[in-house]
Design a protein around this ligand. Structure first.
Ligand SMILES: Nc1nc2c(ncn2[C@@H]2O[C@H](COP(=O)(O)OP(=O)(O)OP(=O)(O)O)[C@@H](O)[C@H]2O)c(=O)[nH]1
Length: 469
């Protein structure tokens, strides 16, 4: 399957992304010029943004984990960790909103909460780790195999352990109140530390992975949006100011860009999977030479149709066709022409299947089987005549002014179903075919006629050979 994330982007997309990043930076700078300008107060804005961030980061983390499982690329794991950390932080932020929009943010106006600093550092830290792994595995792809071994589980637990230890240390063992605490504890230095971390993340994403892969491009946009977001929060976080709104909008942007690509990737995976499934089903059910259904498909479907007929109490018919003197044809014209002849006959038979449920399959060698659900013996006989004629109409020369012909035997089951099986019906049709061959070929024999002529059948079938009832 083609992984969109690792696809090289077209130069048009590369330039579009560069222009988009430039616009993002310019818009951010312009907004900074109107930092304190008050905007209409939308009380629901901050909770709405926090909710969207929770949903998008959680989904992104889950999709990245899914990608990791499919692609076995180790860097996707810390990347998922980065988004998981942000999801956790956004949930905390959402839970701690007590009517004041201040609490929607990791950083308050002039200070920054411990928790906010933790998530800013965690998010950026994990992205840097992911990029470092990506760079390393580019040069040493075998690293993926080593890392994906037994060490994966402890590695996955590390961020979780870090969060727990941090909370315990912070709040003397009271985990829940540590999560809910939004009181500004740490002052400006952590805010600046956070900004430096965001700036370093952007620079490293660009420097570590200056390739043109889709994942790099979108991570660059996400990292730049995040840097602008942190910058806005740091300058001024007065609720409902232009700056405050901009910071929130940027946070949305930074978390939805990668999500959009991941959703695109998922839809492509689903499409590829459906295509592969359809291709494999086709391969598994079709005969490679003639293109019609194979024996495996017949066995599966005939059993189902038998049970359906049993449930509905309707008749079911079966025809067996065999090309006459095909060995002689092969010997005379060669196997390549023999194959062509088989193909022509198979296609002619297939073209005459008109009712839904009717189908022809290659039973093996130069033998075909036709299943006719809900068809009486008379209907089946009419179908046999039609197929016999269809082969005659092909006018395939068998040499010496002869044409290739087929022998047909058919049988119909009218019940009681509990005393029979599809295999028994198959044996009856086979017996009728055998009789057609014994009687001189190029003809149709119905099993029901055999069954009514017991004396005849006894002479035809010596002891030990299955005879009609
Ligand atoms: N060209 C070709 N020949 C095949 C294929 N499958 C089976 N055959 C040939 O079909 C012939 C079947 O021969 P037999 O079973 O003796 O039957 P027949 O010569 O048709 O004689 P009757 O059925 O009694 O009329 C053999 O020569 C097989 O090699 C195939 O896929 N391609």
């Amino acid at each position: 399957m083609n992984a969109i994330l690792h696809q090289t982007v077209t130069s048009r997309l590369r330039w579009t992304t560069r222009i988009l990043m430039l616009l993002l930076a310019v818009a951010s700078l312009l907004a900074m010029l109107h930092t304190t300008q008050p905007w209409p107060q939308l009380a629901a804005f901050a909770p709405a943004v926090a909710t969207i961030v929770v949903l998008s980061t959680t989904t992104t983390a889950l999709l990245l984990l899914l990608q990791f499982k499919i692609q076995k690329q180790f860097f996707l794991l810390p990347l998922a960790g980065a988004y998981a950390i942000y999801a956790l932080a956004a949930i905390t932020s959402l839970l701690s909103m007590h009517g004041s929009p201040d609490h929607a943010n990791p950083m308050t106006s002039d200070t920054m909460s411990n928790w906010g600093a933790y998530w800013q550092f965690g998010f950026c830290g994990f992205i840097i780790i992911a990029m470092a792994f990506r760079k390393a595995t580019e040069s040493f792809p075998q690293l993926n195999r080593i890392i994906l071994g037994k060490n994966t589980v402890p590695f996955m637990l590390t961020p979780l352990l870090g969060i727990i230890v941090y909370m315990l240390a912070l709040n003397a063992g009271n985990l829940f109140s540590a999560i809910m605490s939004s009181s500004p504890i740490v002052t400006a230095p952590l805010g600046w530390g956070s900004w430096i971390m965001a700036a370093a993340t952007f620079v490293l994403v660009r420097a570590f992975c200056s390739d043109d892969k889709l994942v790099t491009i979108f991570l660059s946009i996400a990292a730049l949006s995040h840097l602008c977001h942190v910058s806005h929060l740091l300058i001024d976080n007065t609720p409902f100011s232009a700056n405050w709104y901009m910071a929130h909008l940027l946070s949305l942007f930074s978390f939805t860009t990668l999500l959009a690509v991941l959703i695109l990737q998922l839809s492509q995976f689903t499409r590829d999977l459906a295509d592969s499934h359809a291709y494999l089903m086709e391969k598994a059910h079709k005969d490679s030479l003639t293109g019609i259904y194979n024996r495996g498909y017949f066995d599966e479907t005939a059993e189902l149709e038998w049970r359906r007929a049993q449930r509905n109490g309707t008749p079911i018919s079966l025809l067996m066709l065999d090309i006459d003197h095909f060995k002689g044809y092969n010997d005379q014209f060669g196997h390549v022409k023999g194959d062509k002849c088989l193909k022509k006959i198979a296609q002619a038979l297939h073209a005459n299947m008109q009712r839904p449920g009717d189908f022809v399959a290659r039973f093996g060698g130069e033998e075909f089987v036709v299943l006719l659900p809900a068809t009486t013996a008379e209907g089946c006989h009419a179908m046999a005549q039609k197929l016999h004629l269809a082969v005659q109409k092909l006018k395939i020369s068998a040499g010496d002014h002869r044409r290739v012909s087929v022998s047909i035997g058919h049988a119909t089951w009218n019940g009681p179903y509990e005393n029979g099986s599809i295999n028994e019906l198959l044996s009856q049709a086979d017996l009728a075919l055998y009789t057609a061959k014994r009687l001189g070929r190029n003809r149709i024999v119905r099993y029901e006629d055999l069954a009514h002529s017991l004396a005849w059948s006894k002479s035809l079938f010596p002891p030990g050979v299955m005879s009609p009832q």
